[in-house]
Design a protein around this ligand. Structure first.
Ligand SMILES: NC(=O)c1ccc[n+]([C@@H]2O[C@H](COP(=O)([O-])OP(=O)(O)OC[C@H]3O[C@@H](n4cnc5c(N)ncnc54)[C@H](O)[C@@H]3O)[C@@H](O)[C@H]2O)c1
Ligand SMILES: [Zn+2]
Ligand SMILES: [Zn+2]
Length: 395
């Protein structure tokens, strides 16, 4: 089959690789109809996530048709499914309390060492996201093996086209959990850093949960415009001092809740970020945490900070004092996708949530490398890229 593979920093290719096969009784094989490139894939593309190997098949946002099932799968051939990026067994301690992204059984034991050493506990399995998370082949491919197919995949009705449901695989629940983790109360003012897909869905979710005001921060005019259309006020951090603006907009108090939807590759020229850029490049410090730090300083005492943005390693010059002295609640994590999918699918069906506005480009899988390059280099207008195996290239 054809699949998009990783070969090093800024080097992804579409190649012919072996077809996936059923390995365990609970597996299913999905024929991919649509798959998206995520901001998280850009961390792999930029080479800042450890544990990648040349030839790994990328992709954790995908959907398609069930074409093969193991004897213990509950799926049926021909069903259309969206697959959560988190691989979860459904039966371990964490799955039973709906903390699916901490599943203890989905990352094979021989792969667990790196994350267990770094984080104190091993990570769960994720599709297409390095050997730290199990080394599973991802869904930017014609076919993909889905383990624990009786737990994760969401069967979607035929009348909802791919573009309406694809993002149930990751960014829609991620935006939702980001807002939930910010513990939004009616009348809250919420600041969201980053107007990428995750930030934009966090804006939508925060407003749906009753936030009185949402202030979205980025430097790309088109992305800020999308946030504005969703109902957010906006700050362009290239033009405006973010913390001062947030104080002014809240009568000197600060925002009630902050959402860091940027993560480890923050842009910007603040001096600490410049040092982190250099350290990341030479591999002696993994994370550029300037947004995390800015958010901690901007949130009001007693406020909440939610961190969907991905961080992978260490950071220094961390304002621990601000966290403690202001009594900030911080909640973070890979999304417990399976916890949210039923509710969000219902909201899509009712027309309460729209996800299609985000898609700026749809390309054949074969043009995946161009999709990565442009999603990285032309972020203003390339807001979300969907790849389709078998799609005819434009003439
Ligand atoms: N927790 C999860 O389960 C989960 C799931 C999906 C994505 N993510 C993470 O969420 C983050 C966002 O994902 P995305 O797909 O929206 O990515 P993206 O790269 O499309 O968007 C990031 C946005 O942040 C903006 N930005 C950069 N520096 C900034 C700064 N200093 N201040 C304000 N904005 C800034 C960029 O301009 C860009 O628009 C990534 O770190 C991604 O890995 C986490
Ligand atoms: Zn993703
Ligand atoms: Zn589990």
């Amino acid at each position: 089959m054809r699949a998009l593979t990783w070969h090093g920093t800024k080097d992804v290719r579409v190649e012919t690789v072996d077809d996936p096969e059923i390995v365990n009784p609970r597996d299913a094989i999905i024929k991919v109809s649509s798959t998206a490139i995520c901001g998280s894939d850009l961390h792999l593309y930029d080479g800042v996530i450890p544990g990648m190997m040349a030839g790994d098949v990328l992709g954790h946002e995908f959907m398609g048709e069930v074409v093969e099932t193991g004897p213990a799968s509950t799926l049926q051939k021909g069903q259309r499914v969206v697959v959560p990026f988190t691989i979860s067994c459904g039966g371990c301690f964490h799955c039973r309390i709906e903390q699916y992204s901490a599943c203890e059984n989905s990352n094979p034991v021989e792969k667990q060492d790196a994350s267990a050493t770094l984080y104190g506990h091993p990570m769960a399995g994720l599709f297409g996201y390095s050997h730290m998370t199990g080394g599973y082949s991802g869904g930017q491919a014609e076919y993909v093996r889905v383990p624990f197919s009786d737990v994760g995949p969401i069967v979607v009705p035929d009348h909802l086209e791919d573009e309406k449901v694809l993002f149930l695989s990751d960014i829609l629940p991620t935006g939702w959990m980001a807002a939930e983790n910010a513990e939004i109360q009616p009348d809250d003012t919420v600041a969201v850093w980053g107007c990428g897909p995750v930030g934009l869905f966090a804006v939508q979710a925060a407003l749906a949960m009753g936030a009185a005001r949402v202030i979205a921060i980025d430097h790309y005019p088109h992305r800020l415009e999308l946030a504005h259309k969703l109902g957010a006020e906006t700050i362009n951090f290239r033009e405006t001092h973010v913390r001062e603006a947030l104080l002014e907009m809240t009568g000197g108090i600060g925002v009630d809740a902050a959402i860091d939807a940027v993560g480890m590759e923050a842009h910007g020229f603040a001096i600490d970020n410049m040092i982190d850029v250099v350290k990341q490049k030479v591999g002696i410090g993994a994370d550029r945490a300037s947004v995390f730090k800015q958010a901690l300083l901007a949130v009001r005492p007693g406020g909440r900070l939610s961190v969907p943005g991905v961080y992978g390693g260490m950071t220094d010059k961390f304002p621990l004092g601000a966290l403690m002295e202001k009594g900030i609640t911080v909640r973070a994590g890979q999304t417990h996708v399976q916890r949210y999918t039923d509710r969000l699918l219902a909201m899509i069906e009712e027309g309460v949530l729209d996800t299609t506005f985000l898609i700026s480009h749809t390309l054949p899988l074969e043009e995946g490398p161009r999709g990565y390059r442009c999603f990285r280099e032309e972020q203003n207008t390339w807001t979300k890229v969907v790849l389709k195996p078998g799609m005819e290239p434009e003439q």
